[in-house]
Design a protein around this ligand. Structure first.
Ligand code: FAD
Ligand code: DHB
Length: 389
């Protein structure tokens, strides 16, 4: 069977869904091809801290209502160094800017509902998706649905298929370059039915390693522990996780135990592919770049990529201009690299990096300097709330 649309989107994570929703609002058709089932996509526990820019973009795309009523607006967070907490007053340091705590699962559900309610097409469980013909004027996405091979003809392909997707891998040899740093540690994350230890996030640097206390609501906490990349979850029964979280937090607050809803290990890497375009194939979100999670920039970068890419596509369809599509890669990468810098900074500032001890001493000095310097805190806060689009 052969279908036709204007923009063929691979992946129904936040990037693909948001692009489809913004294009729909502008009267541009798209079809999303997603490898997984709807339940799987909606259940994947990931990001939780949303920058104001991403909140505004989601709101203007018509999916801000539930986030406005259920999201938690945070005006600051704490950094604890060996148990001693210092507040980073985000609002005070940035002229009133804040972040919103609202789960990626909820954003994904809101976007899927909005697309399907408006009659949009998301093909879940699309197998063996192959982007073809994008070096010329007639791109095609071929895929398998219910055992039969199908073709989706389109004007452009948006590769929103995450780090392991097929779109980046489809660039011709020599037409894409990767920059990468893999960290010698990972995060063990738990989602727990229990209130977080504080109403704001706490990032901890401790001699035993990094810990982060976040949340999904006032009743559900989300916490992370620095661990080894090959950490065996079988060695982490729930009691041990709660004990270790409490040790790294110190005695300024209490870690509440509760029913553990999810437990997983997340590897940490910095990765950027350049450029984000070949012919009529564009990469956005994790398909083009990955940040280590410290600082919560991944989903927010997906949103800013989609802002630039949707502007380019809208200008093309409304006015016939290709200028913004031509500058998409450079514009998006400029913001991506600034967020990479910040994520690298936050990661190395707050984790024990091992080695001969010199790097850790330098980072400890940098952290003490930052916590005691208004101008250093201002820079940290400016980046944490998100650089302008
Ligand atoms: P993805 O969410 O990866 O979506 C890609 C989609 O494409 C998936 O649905 C996948 O199934 C589909 N797909 C893949 N291959 C194919 C194929 N061949 N064919 C069809 N479909 C395909 N970011 C933040 O901003 N703030 C945070 O607080 C934060 N915390 C995080 C915590 C953790 C533990 C993790 C793991 C990540 C966190 N992130 C955070 C990062 C954030 O989750 C990602 O950056 C975000 O999901 C990127 O969205 P995306 O749509 O680009 O990619
Ligand atoms: C969360 C994840 C992050 O990477 C971060 O810096 C803050 C919060 C979270 O999952 O809630």
């Amino acid at each position: 069977m052969t279908m036709r649309t204007q923009v063929g989107i691979v992946g129904s994570g936040p990037s693909g869904l948001l692009l489809s929703q913004i294009l729909h609002k502008a009267g541009i058709e798209s079809v999303i091809l997603e490898r997984r089932s709807r339940d799987y996509v909606e259940g994947r526990i990931r990001a939780g801290v949303i920058e104001q820019g991403a909140v505004d973009l989601l709101t203007s795309a018509g999916v801000g209502e539930r986030m406005a009523s259920q999201g938690l607006v945070h005006e600051g967070f704490d950094i604890a160094l060996n148990g001693e907490r210092t507040r980073v007053d985000l609002a005070g340091l940035t002229g009133g800017k804040t972040v919103t705590v609202y789960g990626q699962t909820e954003i994904t559900k809101d976007l899927i509902n909005a697309r399907l309610d408006a009659g949009g097409t998301i093909i879940f469980e699309a197998g063996d998706v192959r982007p073809e013909g994008f070096e010329g004027a007639s791109p095609v996405l071929s895929f398998t649905q219910d055992g039969a091979r199908q073709e989706l003809h389109c004007d452009f392909i948006a590769g929103c298929d995450g780090y392991h997707g097929v779109c980046r891998a489809s660039f011709p040899d020599g037409e894409i370059r990767s920059f990468e740093r893999v960290y010698p540690f990972a995060w063990l994350g738990v989602l727990v039915e229990a209130p977080p230890p504080s109403h704001e996030l706490i990032y901890c640097r401790d001699t035993r390693g990094f810990a982060l206390f976040s949340m999904r609501s006032t009743e559900v906490s989300r916490s992370y522990l620095q661990c080894a990349p090959d950490e065996d979850l079988n060695e982490w029964p729930d009691d041990r996780v709660f004990e270790e979280l409490q040790r790294r937090l110190g005695d300024s607050a209490t870690v509440a135990a509760g029913n553990v809803l999810e437990k997983s290990v997340t590897p940490m890497r910095s990765f950027v592919a350049e450029p984000l375009r070949y012919g009529r194939l564009f990469l956005a979100g994790d398909a083009g770049h990955i940040v280590p999670p410290t600082g919560a920039k991944g989903l927010n970068l997906a949103a800013s990529d989609i802002y630039y890419l949707s502007n380019g596509l809208i200008d093309y369809y409304r006015n016939g201009n290709e200028g913004l599509l031509d500058t998409y890669s450079a514009t998006a990468l400029d913001r991506v690299w600034k967020a990479q810098r910040f994520s690298y900074y936050m990661t190395t500032l707050l984790h024990n990096t091992g080695g001969d001890g010199f790097d850790d001493k330098i980072k400890l000095a940098e952290l003490r300097y930052t916590l005691g310097s208004e101008s250093a805190l201002e820079s940290l806060a400016e980046n944490y709330v998100g650089l302008p689009y």
